[in-house]
Design a protein around this ligand. Structure first.
Ligand SMILES: [Ca+2]
Ligand SMILES: [Ca+2]
Ligand SMILES: [Ca+2]
Ligand SMILES: [Ca+2]
Length: 408
């Protein structure tokens, strides 16, 4: 790994605490959000590809407040397919209000202050999870290192992204001091359990024990997915998973993004959890892997734990009859030689080069091989970036495709 000294995200000096990767603009790449202390507005960097991150100066209400933020937790709270964010604030270690920002789908965010403005705390961490399995993400917030009595907060979502303080589900959520918290289905009963890590509120205070709350569940249904990347990273970090279900007679599409930072110093289980309310099956599951490969599953029964492995070839085209094309070297750096089996009437077909997002990056008809027995592609003159590509040959008789990798 190389240090990048003058990267846009390191060109500013702040008291930064929390950091999150999230695709906030739905263009398929992870963007960067930093929480800043010391009454400095938070920072958002948009990923523009090729390692370029552009500092965003205006994003509606999101980058306006300067409330000494400790961490940000991203989730699609209103099931519109766009990631929203809950920001935990401390007023330099005195009680402060947290804020939810709703993604306006145009690069902007709208601040939602209620009911959070009446629950003042020194909030370090928050974490979304559908703990009542009714098809919307709910919220837990931990408070620590603060003046006065410390109570943590639990909020239920009404399905539209409106939250109400939940004082029933856990009767005593107080801790002497807490920093991180995380959700996971620890006993595999289909319901998310909560762990809070505690801290000392003063150097003289005794060390408190960490706390785990076991979720005893209800009659609602659920689905859990464990993703294993092959072409993408093995933990599928950055994958986006959506499901379509009928909830209360309406089609609801829920979205999750697998992340390694769901709160302050803490991470939810990477197992993707969905509540389904009374639905006994999920109509469709869509997975967008970080590689760009898209996967679709249909008719999935509720109340099961599914392990899903990333398919080894792009869904833009199946790898049919692939032994009729030989690509060497593979992976390739610069020149690639493509040999075709003599069975193929290659000069009566069309060749297309398709990237991992399904975009045709090169296309040619009626290739003239001249005296050569192969067709040559130059990755540099075609400006092919690092990644996986599918070479597709189609003629009235044949559909042949083969995948290869371009490496730096
Ligand atoms: Ca993005
Ligand atoms: Ca949303
Ligand atoms: Ca819920
Ligand atoms: Ca559980």
């Amino acid at each position: 790994m190389d240090l990048i000294p003058n990267h846009s995200s390191t060109a500013e000096s702040n008291y930064s605490r929390g950091v999150s990767w999230v695709d906030y603009d739905n263009d398929g790449d992870p963007d960067l959000f930093l929480c800043n202390e010391n009454k400095t507005p938070n920072s958002l960097f948009r990923n523009d590809g090729g390692g370029i991150f552009t500092k965003i100066l205006i994003a509606g209400d999101l980058l306006v407040a300067a409330e000494s933020s400790m961490s940000a937790s991203w989730a699609d709270v209103n099931n519109d397919g766009w990631m929203d964010v809950f920001v935990c604030n401390t007023n330099s270690f005195a009680p402060a209000a947290n804020v939810l920002y709703i993604n306006q789908k145009n690069g902007g965010f709208l601040a939602v202050k209620e009911p959070f403005s009446s629950d003042l705390g020194c909030s370090f961490s928050a974490s979304f999870s559908d703990y009542d399995n009714d098809g919307d993400v709910d919220l837990a917030v931990s408070n620590g290192f603060c003046t006065g009595n410390i109570f943590n907060f639990l909020y239920l979502n009404d399905g539209k992204g409106n939250f109400t303080r939940d004082l029933q589900s856990i009767t005593d959520l107080s801790t002497p001091c807490s920093f991180g918290l995380a959700w996971s289905d620890l006993d595999r009963n289909g319901f998310q359990d909560l762990v809070i890590s505690t801290c000392k509120n003063s150097s003289q205070a005794p060390l408190p024990k960490n706390i785990m709350f076991q979720n005893m569940g209800n009659d609602n249904h659920w689905l859990q997915l464990s993703l294993k990347g092959t072409e993408s990273n093995a933990d599928a970090i950055g994958a986006r998973v959506r499901i379509s279900t009928k909830i209360d007679g309406e089609t609801v599409i829920q979205t999750r993004e697998i992340s390694t930072q769901t709160g302050y110093c803490s991470q939810n289980s990477p197992t993707v959890h969905f509540g389904l309310k009374k639905s006994i099956n999920v109509d469709t599951v869509w997975i967008e892997w970080p590689s760009g490969i898209k996967q679709k599953l249909s008719g999935i029964t509720a109340n099961q734990f599914l392990q899903i492995t990333e398919p080894m070839f792009s869904s833009v085209t199946d790898q049919k009859n692939s032994d009729q094309i030989t690509i060497s070297p593979n992976p390739a750096k610069d020149l690639i030689k493509i040999h075709f089996s003599s069975d193929l009437n290659w000069n009566h077909g069309k060749f297309e080069l398709i990237d991992s997002k399904g975009k045709i990056v090169y296309s040619v008809e009626k290739i003239n091989l001249g005296n050569q027995e192969y067709f040559e592609l130059d990755t540099q003159s075609l400006q092919l970036k690092q990644g996986s590509y599918t070479l597709k040959f189609s003629s009235p008789q044949y559909q042949v495709s083969k995948r290869f990798l371009v490496i730096p």
